[in-house]
Design a protein around this ligand. Structure first.
Ligand SMILES: *Cc1c(COP(=O)(O)O)cnc(C)c1O
Length: 399
């Protein structure tokens, strides 16, 4: 075991060494522009992009021509929301989303609101899930787009996207899902699941940062955010980042091949962590549904401790807390608050994001670390008092 231990897999993941190896030749050897049509350098780059696009498409059950490479899930979400709303002005001006979405959904929605789009932010149940009936009653004839994340980045719950997509579509709206946390971890099939647009990003699935994709169902029209050379079917211009795309494709292929086995191992480690915490501490509880949940994800609240001291005490374990660090103040998480947690409880929450490179030894270390830390934090303030028969006292004491 090497310290510090990384358990912040919702924030980002280590690039798998096999992915790094696949990327390296595309810096020094195959450095061509994938749009160069008249020489081998361009062809080598283009062939690699074709292969990666197909690997990403396979991961989500799409076809290659439905995959648009972007800089990541933030850009994909922006393209989906702004692109659809701009192209659909004639049909309506209403978006429906959930209040527990990532900032990369909530902020583009806020921008669209400034531009006259109406946005409904639906509440979730105590377990973090959006009830399809709640969605059904929020739809109006003006609703163009419903956007609900596949898996939550703070509490790891899996939304019932198949049901939500069915409700959205039967109400005449398109369905978009931010699958940044779910892609590569749980099975996704855009065709089977009735999804029209889907965002994903490589760095959450053991690929490099700065590369992602938007799945756009064939036949849909969106207005691009970036105009230029007409790359990516005109939806996202700019020279393709070939090494990153190669890494994304390779990472997607590995996830698809190893997902079944990895999910079993992650579930086992995650459950070992939860059982260990529950067995050694009182006053710990899970946030969000324990069944509709990513295999590697756990978010717990620890009663009776200060959130800041908790994080400071976990000095050699990389996790996140229920406080989002904004400019100066530590704001309690909007997701935990939407579940009904009071501010202090939200602050005293820890998000564990296990991953491909964690072991049982890591889990056991973290359980013991938290047990001793929380015990210490909960102990009443010690008043130092010497007792006459204290064995630690030097023999001459008191004489
Ligand atoms: C990480 C994340 C994003 C942002 O992805 P980037 O590729 O870093 O832009 C968006 N949505 C969710 C749910 C995420 O977890």
């Amino acid at each position: 075991m090497t310290l510090p231990i990384y358990m912040d897999g919702h924030a980002t993941t280590r690039v798998d060494p096999r992915v790094v190896a696949a990327m390296v030749p595309f810096f020094g050897e195959h450095y061509g522009n994938a749009a160069s049509r008249h020489h081998q350098f361009g062809w080598a780059a283009r062939d690699a992009v074709v292969e990666s696009r197909s690997a990403v498409a396979r991961l989500i059950g799409a076809t290659s021509r439905e995959v648009v490479f972007t800089s990541g899930a933030t850009e994909s979400n922006n393209l989906a929301l702004k692109g659809v709303m701009d192209a659909s002005r004639a049909h309506g001006n209403h978006i429906v989303t959930a209040c527990t979405e990532h900032r990369a959904i909530l902020d583009p929605c806020a921008r669209l609101e400034q531009q006259g789009v109406a946005v409904s932010y639906l509440p979730v149940r105590g377990d973090g899930l959006l009830d399809p009936n709640t969605l059904a009653s929020a739809l109006t004839p003006a609703t163009v787009l419903v956007s609900v994340m596949s898996a939550n980045n703070e509490i790891g719950v899996l939304q019932p996207i198949v049901d939500l997509a069915r409700v959205a579509r039967s109400g005449g709206a398109l369905f978009h899902t931010d699958a940044a946390q779910a892609a590569g971890k749980v099975q996704i099939d855009v065709a089977r699941d009735g999804i029209d647009l889907l965002s994903l990003t490589a760095h959450k699935l053991y690929g490099p940062k700065g590369i992602g994709a938007l799945f756009v169902r064939r036949g849909l029209t969106l207005t691009p955010l970036v105009d230029g050379g007409g790359h990516e079917l005109g939806l996202r211009s700019g020279t393709l980042n070939v090494p990153a795309i190669v890494g994304f494709g390779h990472a997607a292929g590995l996830c698809l091949a190893e997902m079944g086995e990895e999910a079993v191992r992650m579930t086992r480690l995650r459950d070992r962590l939860w059982q260990g915490l529950r067995g050694s501490l009182t006053g710990v509880s899970v946030n969000g549904s324990m069944t509709a949940r990513l295999p590697h994800s756990l978010n717990v609240t620890v009663d009776g401790v200060n959130g800041e001291q908790l994080l400071i005490g976990l000095d050699d374990v990389a996790v996140s807390s229920g406080a989002a660090c904004s400019s100066s103040r530590r704001e309690p998480s909007h997701v935990l608050q939407a579940l009904g947690l009071p501010e202090a409880a939200a602050q005293a929450s820890i998000r564990f994001g296990l991953g491909r490179f964690n072991t049982e030894t890591d889990i056991d270390y973290v359980i013991e670390k938290l047990r001793s830390l929380v015990t210490r934090l909960r102990a009443p303030v010690q008043v130092f008092q010497l007792e006459d028969d204290d064995p630690e006292l030097p023999p001459a004491w008191g004489e």
